[in-house]
Design a protein around this ligand. Structure first.
Ligand code: HMG
Ligand code: MG
Length: 299
């Protein structure tokens, strides 16, 4: 059975913008994007990333972004933190929540965070403890759950193992990333079946990229299995700098249109969302890529 409600986690300002090539996007544009997304009804917005600015230059102004946002009550403004240094910066910036990230693939983890999967978990243990002591919830990402750009096929059991470890360390939710968008619906279902044997479904989220055009089909497949939290990116912004060929996340407006059609509630206003998609595409001088934004059009 499909869920009655879905919580959308908007990752465009982070997963989207982190991958923009060219000059660093002005802080004011990032801030306005986040405010427009909140205005459209999104209540969880991944807004910044406290990683090394040498690794991801686009995210170097996280503190300024967080300081610039007019906070809307009830909205979660979260940020990535790869280590304790990142957590301290996130705490100083008064984020509402943090997220740690590792992968089901050793090769990907090395390229992305310069350590092994086991080392990443060792790094996260004190981070999660400290965040929770400060009253912050911690979300956990697992990348390459449906395939890796370096290692190829990933066994569902590998995804289940690292997800369980993150959950046991204290992450309240595990977001399952199809980092390079290679998954197909049956594969997505099988991966989720393996993970949900270790972690209750209500603590899992789907984070699918649309590289091969499969993201909506994959999302429908996991919705049928009981997933009720979906990560998406306005306008389909983004990719991953350490995953060659990763195009954007599934577009929030495409997901919302599908959920609306299924009668699933999200609290998000499609017209305001599409207007935001039009606005950010213009700011970034990017063609409008999301299908629903193209169909509805910009005024
Ligand atoms: P490292 O080089 O191994 O770390 O990088 P280090 O501890 O040796 O530090 C090296 C330098 O970085 C030092 O500076 C540190 O101070 C600095 P130096 O002495 O050379 O001047 N540093 C930091 N600076 C700012 N903030 C920090 C920080 N930590 C160290 N937090 C590290 C390890 C993890 C830091 C690095 O590899 C990194 O930042 N990686 C970021 C990777 C990233 O952001 N990837 C994209 C996000 S993941 C993603 O998109 C996938 C997801 O969407 C899900 C999916 O789709 O699958 C989540
Ligand atoms: Mg991603």
């Amino acid at each position: 059975a499909l869920p009655q409600q879905v919580r959308l986690v908007e990752v465009g300002p982070r997963d989207g913008l982190q991958n923009e090539s060219g000059p660093v996007i002005a802080t004011a544009i990032k801030v306005e994007l986040i405010e427009r997304l909140a205005e459209a009804g999104l209540c969880h917005i991944e807004s910044a990333s406290f990683v090394s600015p040498k690794w991801v230059p686009q995210m170097g102004d996280g503190a300024e972004v967080m300081a610039g946002i007019r906070r809307k009550p009830g909205v979660i403004y979260s940020a990535l933190a790869p280590n304790l240094k990142g957590l301290e910066a996130a705490l100083a910036a008064d984020v509402s929540e943090v997220a740690v990230f590792t992968a089901a693939s050793e090769a990907f983890t090395q390229k992305n965070i310069n350590c092994s999967v086991a080392e990443s978990l060792e790094r996260f243990a004190p981070l999660i403890e400290r965040a929770r002591a400060e009253g912050l919830r911690v979300r956990g990402y697992v990348s390459t759950t449906l395939g890796c750009p370096y290692a190829g096929e990933i066994a569902p059991s590998e995804v289940a193992a690292v997800s369980r470890d993150l959950y046991q360390l204290g992450c309240y939710e595990i977001s399952l990333g199809d980092t390079i968008g290679v998954g197909t619906p049956l594969k997505a279902k099988r991966m989720l079946e393996a993970v949900s044997r270790e972690i209750p479904m209500e603590h899992l989220a789907a984070h699918f990229h649309d590289t091969y055009g499969q993201a909506l089909a994959n999302l429908y497949a996991v919705l049928e299995e009981g997933i009720a939290v979906i990560d998406s990116s306005v306008s389909g912004l983004g990719g991953c700098p350490y995953a060659r060929g990763a195009s954007g996340n599934v577009a929030t407006e495409d997901v919302l249109y599908m959920l609306n059609g299924l009668g699933i509630e999200t609290g998000v206003n499609l017209d305001k969302l599409v207007a935001t998609s039009c606005w950010i595409s213009e700011q970034l001088n990017r063609p409008l890529t999301a299908r629903v934004a193209q169909a509805i059009g910009c005024t």
